[in-house]
Design a protein around this ligand. Structure first.
Ligand code: ARG
Length: 407
């Protein structure tokens, strides 16, 4: 199957990390990309596709697209296929539309303005973990485009009755390893402690000596939940070393981040069919890296170091040393990505775009569910327009959708 040629995309998905103190849903993980997918039970039973879900999707598809085949005919086809096999194949057009609408429905994503230009790599024929690994690496290369990041999704084999699809255990295609040192501190990204342990147990040979930004291999499970390791070659991962426009010392912190955020553990559900491996990427917002990944106390925890280098008075929170360090860190991220020619949004521009998106959705007669606590950026919330309003409540049963990891 050939990938669809799409219009140039700008940003995909999703997920701008929520404020730590706000918990919109008590049972939701603080950040959906945080959880290492729970190992699904062995011998997963896949139920036949629910015809009502298929029909609902076809209704949506036909209401928004010019269709090559009459609705009634397509519905009959799908019904017969479900009766005979317990599932059905989406046409390439249905698949692309389904993936795009799953993005459009992602209540936590501020970057949805360009939902309709998500680029699809249709890899439904691929279920062998080694091929899933190779195609995931190809996804990275293609979506990176040397820095002109393109919003892309690769869709692997779906779950079918008696034939579960493959899964990617890593929350993202690119993650940095995290290992506990003997003194209890963590080298690298504390978020991946469990994933790193699992990779090591599967035989991963880490860099020697280990560093703070070692790229983890992919852990991929087959239909029988057997896990294997798959290398992510360094040259498939564009990274940006961080420097600051005014503070020369900043480069000596040897911080870096990767160019492409590619969520890989959220199953995609379209018309009752579940695609458990469907990695998708957009481009980064500076705040995700500067105000969360490198700043959160349970991540790289860089604020105390940066404040010290800036010579700030850290004796009281009222000096706003954290706030001042945060701004300089986010600024360094913007500066460095710009200098490297790598696509990156800022929270002011992206907030404006989101309001344009809301406007367009309203004019199209659609609801646009949004989760305030995820949409509002982690710094300067009130200085962005997305702060000053409410949104349609997200509904958990909305489809097509990207589902929580482990579903
Ligand atoms: N917040 C996550 C991270 O920092 C990435 C989530 C997706 N972000 C995006 N801009 N598409 O790695």
């Amino acid at each position: 199957m050939t990938p669809l040629a799409g219009a140039p995309a700008h940003c995909t998905d999703d997920i701008v990390v929520p404020r730590q103190t706000r918990q919109a849903y008590s049972d939701a993980p603080r950040c959906p990309v945080s959880a290492v997918a729970a190992t699904p039970p062995a011998e997963r039973t896949i139920e036949p596709v629910d015809l009502a879900a298929a029909e609902q999707f076809l209704d949506l598809y036909y209401s928004e697209n010019p269709a090559p085949v009459a609705y009634e005919e397509r519905l009959r086809e799908v019904r017969t296929e479900i009766d005979e096999t317990g599932s059905y194949d989406h046409t390439p057009e249905e698949l692309a539309f389904g993936a795009r609408v799953a993005w459009r429905n992602s209540a936590r994503c501020i970057g949805r303005l360009y939902w309709n230009s998500l680029h699809l790599r249709d890899r439904r024929m691929v279920s062998d973990p080694a091929e899933v690994g190779a195609e995931s690496v190809a996804h990275l290369r293609e979506s990176t485009r040397g820095g002109r990041v393109r919003s892309t999704i690769t869709i692997f084999a779906p779950d079918r009755p008696g034939r579960p699809g493959p899964r990617i255990v890593n929350e993202q295609l690119v993650r940095y390893a995290g290992r506990r040192r003997p003194d209890g501190t963590v080298l690298g990204d504390p978020r991946t402690l469990d994933l790193t342990t699992r990779a090591l147990a599967l035989g991963w040979q880490p860099a020697d000596p280990p560093g703070r930004f070692d790229i983890l291999p992919l852990i991929i499970t087959d239909g029988a939940d057997r896990a294997t390791l798959h290398d992510v070659p360094r040259d498939a991962v564009l990274e940006v070393p961080l420097s600051h426009p005014e503070h020369a010392w900043f480069a000596d912190l040897f911080l870096r981040w990767h160019a492409v955020p590619a969520i890989s553990n959220m199953p995609l559900e379209i018309g009752g069919v579940r695609y458990p491996a469907a990695p998708f990427n957009g481009y980064y917002l500076g705040t995700e890296i500067g105000a969360r990944n490198l700043a959160d106390p349970d991540r790289y925890d860089m604020l105390p170091t940066i404040a010290e280098r800036m010579g700030l008075d850290t004796s009281s929170p009222r000096t706003l040393w954290k706030d001042r360090a945060l701004v300089e860190l986010v600024l360094a991220v913007h500066h460095s990505f710009d200098r490297a020619g790598v696509t990156m949004a800022d929270h002011h521009t992206e907030s404006e775009r989101f309001l344009t998106h809301l406007d367009r959705e309203e004019r199209a007669g659609r609801q646009c569910p949004a989760d305030w606590s995820w949409i509002v950026p982690p710094i300067s919330g009130g200085a962005t327009p997305v702060f000053h309003r409410y949104y349609d409540e997200p509904l958990p049963d909305t489809r097509p959708a990207f589902l929580p990891p482990g579903s």
